[in-house]
Ligand binder design. Structure first.
Ligand SMILES: [Zn+2]
Ligand SMILES: [Zn+2]
Length: 124
């Protein structure tokens, strides 16, 4: 299939300010990075980060916010594999289950507005 020509390509090129990923030091479109507490992480690094987090939690287990155990949180998921998110909360980083993270992130929407995480997960 041939790519269709867009009907009205704007003459002026929009200025895209790129953001440097804190982890891999590559530059990205700001819409492609996840910014938490002024630290920008590209999606690739974020995925690795999340994988690392999963490993950590598998070793420790449970969510400090709701107090549910790893197995209990796993019941939220069809595959029984809980997901956790590292969030800066109360001055420290905490690993929260998705349910708690979403509740927390909604209170802190501004951190996620404009990110894919905000759009896909939080429906901002
Ligand atoms: Zn990166
Ligand atoms: Zn929780």
């Amino acid at each position: 299939m041939r790519p269709r020509k867009r009907p009205s390509e704007p003459m002026s090129v929009p200025i895209i300010v790129s953001v440097k990923c804190h982890s891999c030091q590559q530059f990205y479109d700001p819409r492609e990075v996840i910014s938490v507490a002024n630290v920008h992480t590209c999606q690739k690094c974020w995925e690795w980060h999340e994988k690392a987090i999963q490993q950590l939690v598998t070793a420790t287990g449970g969510c400090p916010e709701c107090g549910r155990s790893h197995d209990e949180i796993g019941r939220d998921y069809p595959n029984g594999e809980p997901e956790y998110v590292l969030v800066p909360k109360d001055g420290i980083y905490q690993l929260l289950c998705r349910r708690c993270e979403e509740a927390y992130a909604l209170q802190r929407k501004e951190m996620f507005v404009g990110t894919e995480h905000g759009a896909d997960v939080l429906k901002l």
